[in-house]
Design a protein around this ligand. Structure first.
Ligand SMILES: [Zn+2]
Length: 102
């Protein structure tokens, strides 16, 4: 059994200067080696609608760069509301973290 880290809507607030309505970025720290991986979710193409609830879901599988000799696969599951705002995110094999400040 993998540990599933369940977090609230960490990224719900569009607090970045360059908030992009068409994409959503997810940052996950690998549970095994600590590498931070980023994934872009294309809100036009990557979401699947649930016709019962009219919510959206998306999934991504992230694999590290290999520089830590770690090839852990991290499965990210997301749920979005009708306005495509993130409701819920799980990372199986990693931990969802805040976007790096730059
Ligand atoms: Zn790793």
């Amino acid at each position: 059994m993998n540990l599933i880290k369940r977090l609230g809507a960490v990224f719900a607030a569009p607090n970045q200067a360059q908030f992009d309505k068409r994409s959503h970025w997810v940052y996950v720290r690998c549970q095994r080696c600590g590498e931070i991986l980023a994934a872009r979710i294309d809100l036009s193409n990557d979401l699947s609608i649930d016709y019962d609830t009219h919510e959206y879901t998306a999934q991504k599988v992230l694999v590290g760069s290999g520089e830590n000799r770690c090839f852990q696969r991290i499965h990210v599951h997301m749920r979005f509301d009708k306005q495509k705002r993130l409701l819920d995110i799980d990372a199986d094999g990693g931990e969802v973290v805040d976007p790096p400040a730059d």
